[in-house]
Design a protein around this ligand. Structure first.
Ligand SMILES: Nc1ncnc2c1ncn2[C@@H]1O[C@H](COP(=O)(O)OP(=O)(O)OP(=O)(O)O)[C@@H](O)[C@H]1O
Length: 464
């Protein structure tokens, strides 16, 4: 075990060595018992030498029950044997910070602790034990779990081929800090994906801040994003932190990014390039560390082509594009989504609806869903309100859906499809050229898997 320069004895060292009795040392005891963190010291045999009041409160174990006992028998944590934080601190010779562990309290309930550990040295630099401080973070833990349950991958419903491509892309993005552009029609789940990327990413414990760029007039949006100082304009009666500041350390999700004005595009580009900005009315730079996820239901590249969106900003934002398929292109997911929403609304409304009549499923599968998953969720919610039995029937559906003619592909639609194919071919060729015919890179930029790119190149007869 590495030695350390001789140092004066700490109260803990004295306590561990039995040179002072912690109970009689009122000074030490008062400090230890006044703090809200649990504090425990261990001797070299991993026996508990001291245990403060917060430790009693957090674990439910009274000090008399634990003093002299091996800490493992008290904590009963899964990682006690192989990943003990004190052991790690002792082996590396310096403090070990912020390890989250799950232990059992006296009532045998699992609780989550954030632990710091440090070695304790005597005046000769020899390790004489360890110190562990801990606080109960169970509430944060369960909140995070709840958020995951609400937004996690488990709740992105869909098993169709187009969704499998989306999952492939998400998988490769997990744990990264990349700037992502999510493209898809309204209601396809862009915000759901953005939240999943955040809550499964390295910033999961930091804020996720979302703002819809099309919902606010330019001036208000600018203030909302960058904040302002008092007196910056009439009505600016106090300093105001913008979303960039609020999201510092976390993720900022900008929905409908295609709607931002040229002036805000310039400001955004600057934050992306220099990681700093100024509040409106101020000339001081504020540094921020924010992951940007943007979304659009417009064809942003087309906006670049018609010069309404800066190309330099587009390339910065679309480092990693994710394209969400409209619901009409993944009809096999409709049944799954209906089941998901029925379970969700049963829980929310305290009902016990079992499903939908077969005829209703046919109607829902034939409907074109211009509002995508959001429209489907609303339709099921509407049906819940009207449904008096255990099955949703035709009469329970919203009128516009119940009476919608099934979609058939008209000549006009076929012609439109032909035009769309041409546009898609042109886009693919452009990206392939931009990527110097590196297909993996081009596929990534296009937001599709390599297999899909191969298939499309084959379909459109594209070759180098
Ligand atoms: N694959 C999915 N699985 C489960 N729920 C989904 C899915 N996609 C979307 N939803 C639900 O549909 C609703 C709309 O999703 P979301 O707000 O993420 O869409 P959006 O594409 O961001 O819409 P907009 O462009 O209008 O902002 C939400 O309630 C969301 O939970």
């Amino acid at each position: 075990m590495p030695g350390k320069p001789a140092a004066r004895y700490t109260a803990f060292e004295h306590a561990i060595r039995g040179e002072i009795n912690m109970e009689n040392n009122q000074f030490c005891e008062a400090i230890l018992n006044s703090i809200s963190e649990g504090v425990m010291t261990l001797d070299r045999d991993w026996r508990i030498a001291s245990w403060n009041r917060a430790a009693e409160h957090i674990t439910g174990f009274h000090r008399e029950e634990v003093l002299g006992k091996e800490c493992m028998t008290i904590f009963r944590a899964a990682l006690c044997r192989e990943h003990c934080p004190v052991d790690k601190a002792l082996s590396c010779g310096h403090p070990y910070h912020d390890v989250e562990i799950a232990i059992h309290n006296k009532r045998n309930e699992l609780i989550h602790l954030m632990v710091n550990a440090a070695p304790l040295y005597d005046s000769n630099g020899q390790i004489i034990g360890g110190l562990e401080t801990f606080r109960d973070v169970s509430q944060n833990y369960w909140m995070r779990e709840e958020l995951k349950a609400q937004y996690g991958y488990a709740n992105i419903v869909g098993r169709s081929e187009p969704m499998k491509i989306v999952y492939d892309i998400l998988e490769s993005l997990l744990g990264t800090d990349t700037t992502v552009l999510i493209q898809g029609e309204s209601g396809t789940g862009k915000e759901l994906i953005a939240r999943a990327l955040h809550f499964y990413g390295p910033r999961k414990d930091r804020p996720f801040v979302a703002i819809n760029c099309s919902a606010l007039p330019e001036g208000v949006l600018e203030t909302e994003l960058f904040g302002h100082v008092k007196g910056a304009f009439t009505g600016a009666i106090r300093n105001h932190a913008g979303k960039f500041e609020l999201a510092n350390g976390g993720t900022l999700f900008l929905d409908e990014i295609g709607e931002i004005s040229p002036a805000i595009q310039v400001k955004l580009l600057r934050v992306l390039e220099e990681r700093e900005f100024q509040r409106i009315g101020d000339n001081r730079n504020i540094k921020v560390d924010v992951r940007l996820i943007t979304a659009t239901n417009k064809d942003l590249y087309r906006k670049v082509l018609d010069s309404s969106f800066r190309d330099d900003l587009y390339y910065r934002l679309s480092v990693f594009p994710v394209n969400l398929p409209p619901l009409r292109e993944r009809k096999e997911d409709i049944r799954l989504l209906i089941g998901y929403f029925i379970r969700k609304f049963n829980k929310q409304m305290g009902k016990s609806i079992q499903g939908i009549a077969d005829q209703v499923l046919e109607i829902l599968e034939a409907y074109p869903w211009p509002g995508n998953v959001r429209e489907l969720a609303n339709a099921i919610e509407h049906s819940f309100v009207h449904c008096k039995g255990v099955l949703i029937h035709h009469s329970d559906l919203p009128q516009n859906i119940a009476s919608a003619p099934p979609v058939t592909v008209s000549r006009g639609a076929q012609r439109a499809q032909g035009k769309l194919d041409l546009v898609e071919r042109e886009l693919i060729v452009k990206e392939l050229e931009r990527a110097h015919w590196k297909k993996a890179l081009a596929a990534r930029r296009l937001g599709m898997s390599r297999a899909t790119l191969w298939r499309k190149m084959d379909k459109y007869g594209i070759a180098k």
